[in-house]
Design a protein. Structure first.
Length: 276
């Protein structure tokens, strides 16, 4: 019987955020697969956890993934961790999860920190519908193309950004998305945590004078909803005519079109009569 791959979410800054179940899973796993074994060792030492570590990251995921899969198929259990946050979210762990799924290996998530969700929660922007875009490309042309595609996106957008790229990213956002609300969440859960709620133009002006420091999550308001253009009376009459051809009575067809479009029922009825 194959083992289980556990996706253990790790703290994004405050070691106290590792949940008890996460600690237990790390203690009980046969081995731990880590993005950077040096970073993960600090976490394991803090909780006095001593387990074999293997490296699994962007540059070795093909070979390392096969090696981990072989151990899982042999019945061992593995805890997958990243340097910070939830494995497989904007992370090469997604490939290992897919590999396990293709080979019938059970995968279980041990929930915990996710910077994108934390930032969204404190942003003050709509949270009912959102899209996570991860890191925009460092390449200016590719970054601007991605933002152009997102210009009409109505959902709240969440981005990760490094301090050395923050200024050009904000400038491109202002130019291509237009001025709109943004929350800049910096160093989440850490000592110098800060959330700045402003507009893109305000953010550009702020960081023209202020040096970006730490890791950022940018939460950007979606585009304003575009209201459908109002139908003309002639278009309403055409809709009535279509319903009449389907067998509806004039009265019923007019009522339905008036309710759906907001057109005046009396004007619609009189105009439709003239078409009969």
């Amino acid at each position: 019987m194959s083992g289980t791959l556990y996706l253990v979410a790790t703290p994004i800054g405050n070691l106290g955020d590792l949940c008890p179940r996460g600690v237990q899973t790390l203690q009980e796993a046969d081995f731990i697969a880590a993005e950077d074994t040096r970073v993960s060792m600090k976490l394991l030492n803090h909780f006095d956890i001593k387990k074999p570590l293997v490296s699994y990251h962007e540059h070795n995921r093909a070979a390392a993934g096969q090696a981990i899969l072989a151990r899982l198929l042999a019945g061992e259990t593995c805890a997958l961790v990243t340097d910070a946050g939830t494995p497989a979210i904007s992370d090469p762990g997604e490939d290992l999860v897919r590999l396990c799924g293709e080979n019938g290996v059970t995968v279980q998530a041990i929930p915990g920190c996710c910077a994108a969700v934390c930032a969204l929660a404190v942003s003050g922007l709509p949270t009912g519908r959102f899209t996570f875009e991860g890191f925009l490309s460092a390449n200016k042309k590719e970054r601007r193309e991605a933002l152009t595609r997102l210009a009409a996106e109505e959902r709240t957008m969440v981005f990760h950004e490094a301090p050395h790229k923050l200024r050009p990213t904000l400038a491109d956002m202002l130019e291509l998305l237009g001025d709109r609300p943004v929350a800049l969440c910096r160093e989440l859960t850490k000592l110098h945590e800060e959330t700045i709620r402003t507009t893109l133009s305000g953010a550009v002006a702020l960081y023209r004078e202020k040096e970006p420091r730490g890791e950022y999550v940018l939460v950007v308001a979606g585009a304003p909803r575009q209201e459908a253009p109002a139908l003309t009376l002639a278009e309403g009459v055409a809709m009535v005519r279509s319903l009449r051809q389907q067998g509806q009575r004039m009265k019923d067809a007019v009522r339905r079109v008036a309710e759906d479009t907001g057109l005046s029922r009396n004007e619609l009825y009189q105009a439709a009569l003239q078409e009969e």
